[in-house]
Write a protein that binds this ligand. Structure first.
Ligand SMILES: [Zn+2]
Length: 249
């Protein structure tokens, strides 16, 4: 059988040491079996992996934004760009079916210069003059965090899994802490990093959380449609609804 194939630029453009280009083939019955499995983010990674033409792609070195982008490209390659989604107009409240078109969504790929900057990390100076270097989480980092949370939850070791997950994500993205006052604490240890972050001023926390804001990449899934009832413009985000993988027409 000859399948459709296409190459795509990877939005993270090699920031995590991963590929800058990926070739995918259209989905087949093999992928239908993946779709029948667990319904969390890992399904999309398994789908894209399964449709990857090159076999040596390291998915840990991509970003979840890349995987989301490639999932939408895979959908287009398999069924075309259009699918139906239900939307509620924010102006008049009417719920209606709109046709989403993946081709109207804007992909944003990091430039080589942005990728280099992001790979080095962004250093911010806090109000106490400590210097913090922040890096973006790769898909591999995100998956590792998920595994830690799942295993600690199973062993009943987390009082509040959600807040621990937030702290673990922050601590993982904080790559280096250079304190102005000398310290004996090993701030490369995750638990020490978490303790350090926990005592920060809220505005310093915001600095860290916003450090990577200028590096926006992936597929911008916002498109515009006119409301069938009031005629106003609606901003619609394209989601992965049942019609996405199993179109009824
Ligand atoms: Zn309306």
């Amino acid at each position: 059988m000859k399948y459709l194939e296409k190459s795509f630029k990877v939005p993270s453009n090699g920031v995590f040491g991963g590929p800058k280009k990926v070739s995918l083939r259209e989905m087949t019955t093999r992928e239908e079996k993946i779709l029948l499995g667990t319904r969390d983010f890992s399904v999309f990674e398994r789908l894209v992996k399964s449709c990857c033409v090159d076999e040596d792609i390291e998915f840990d070195k991509l970003s979840n934004a890349d995987i989301m982008y490639l999932t939408f490209m895979l959908r287009e390659l398999t069924y075309g760009p259009e699918y139906i989604q239900e939307v509620t107009c924010p102006h008049c409240g009417r719920t209606q079916e709109v046709t989403i078109n993946i081709n109207e969504m804007e992909p944003k790929v990091l430039t080589n210069e942005e990728a280099k900057k992001l790979a080095d990390g962004v250093t911010v100076t806090l109000s106490n003059n400590d210097k913090i270097t922040v890096n973006m989480l790769s898909a591999g980092d995100a998956a590792r965090i998920d595994r830690v949370i799942k295993s600690k939850t199973k062993q009943n070791r987390l009082k509040d899994p959600q807040s621990y997950e937030m702290m673990l994500r922050l601590a993982t993205s904080v790559n280096n802490i250079e304190t102005e006052e000398p310290t004996d604490i090993d701030l490369t240890e995750t638990e020490n990093k978490i303790a350090y972050i926990e005592q920060l001023r809220m505005r310093d926390l915001a600095l860290i959380q916003n450090a990577l804001n200028e590096f926006d990449f992936g597929l911008n899934r916002n498109i515009y449609r006119e409301c069938e009832n009031c005629g106003d413009d609606m901003e619609v985000v394209g989601y992965i609804v049942p019609e996405f993988f199993h179109p009824s027409k």
